[in-house]
Design a protein around this ligand. Structure first.
Ligand code: NAD
Ligand code: MG
Ligand code: ZN
Length: 277
């Protein structure tokens, strides 16, 4: 039996049994045992069910998502947002909830066709919302984004967005524009956000990130030219930090942190970290 989380093709909604998550805009239903409830039991509660999606397997057991229009009152349970689970849950649970969040929000945001406005229908056996009026198919949205650690010998470039928790600095990130390669995106975002030129890009790995639906493509780049000029409104502060004097960093399971820890390990001859999965 495979441990942890495994995403599969859409499970058949007519199959009985299994486990279920309940989600609405307020987050996921949870009790002291966690977020998975016996599916048949959960469906007997008074829920404003708007869609059901078969997601995959957790510790070998099938899991469905019940997407609700409103947060239901279920005895002994509370609603909790994904950011809280990111901080508190084990990594397989966070991955399962990340996937469920993106499938749930996509299906609740595609109840009507974006082209002709007709109500859409879920295609059985697929994760697809189809318009019976004009035939438009809508799939879950994924937004490719680059994330890059820029270095200059024993110094690394870290920056702060005004949205960050106080004191924390991170690597630069940004969304890929249509028609652009990820490598072009790295160069453009670094130029826009801090006014520097970079070279010697190395791709280091990826991470699906559910805030809101990014696929993070992680790079290392070396400083090539320019002086730091932070972009107004987006970047509150950006600096070269000596590797032995780093500020508070992003959380351990983020690819931002992995890029930093990997560089430190290589520079200092320590064992290399692994990207969590
Ligand atoms: N996992 C990690 O370690 C990690 C670390 C940093 C950032 N991220 C993620 O990287 C992504 C991009 O980072 P950013 O916020 O600096 O992006 P960014 O530098 O491109 O700037 C954000 C701005 O881009 C625009 N935007 C929003 N959604 C967009 C989309 N889908 N496509 C194009 N433009 C869009 C908005 O104007 C927004 O204010 C975010 O999803 C963020 O959560 C992940
Ligand atoms: Mg950015
Ligand atoms: Zn349509």
């Amino acid at each position: 039996m495979e441990q942890g989380w495994q995403t599969t093709p859409a499970l058949d909604n007519s199959l009985p049994g299994g486990w279920a998550l309940a989600r609405c805009q307020q987050g996921f239903l949870a009790d002291s045992n966690g977020v998975l409830f016996p599916r048949e039991w959960l469906k007997r509660q008074e829920l404003s069910l708007s869609a059901e999606h078969g997601l995959g397997y957790f510790n070998g057991e099938p899991v469905w998502l019940l997407e609700l229009q409103q947060p239901a009152e279920v005895m002994g349970c509370h609603w909790q947002g994904l950011r809280q689970f990111m901080l508190q849950a084990d990594y397989p649970t966070f991955r399962m909830l990340s996937f469920a969040e993106q499938i749930g929000s996509w299906s609740s945001q595609h109840r009507f066709c974006g082209r002709c406005g007709s109500p859409t229908r879920q295609v059985p056996g697929e994760r697809c919302m189809r318009c019976p009026g004009c035939g438009l198919d809508s799939y879950a949205r994924i937004s490719p984004s680059m994330i890059v650690l820029v270095t200059r010998g024993d110094e690394i470039l870290l920056a702060r967005s005004p949205r960050f928790v106080p004191g924390m600095y991170s690597t630069l990130a940004g969304f890929v524009e249509p028609g652009e390669s990820v490598e072009e995106c790295v160069a453009r975002e670094v130029r826009e956000e801090v006014g520097l030129e970079v070279g010697n890009l190395q791709y280091l790995g990826s991470q699906g990130w559910p805030f809101p639906h990014s696929l993070m493509l992680g790079f290392h780049a070396e400083y090539a030219a320019g002086d730091i000029t932070p972009q107004a409104d987006e970047i509150e502060d950006a600096r070269w930090f000596p590797i032995e004097q780093l500020p508070p960093l992003p959380m351990q399971r983020s690819i931002a942190r992995y890029l930093i820890d990997l560089y430190l390990a290589r520079r200092l001859g320590h064992p290399e970290p692994v990207l969590p999965r």
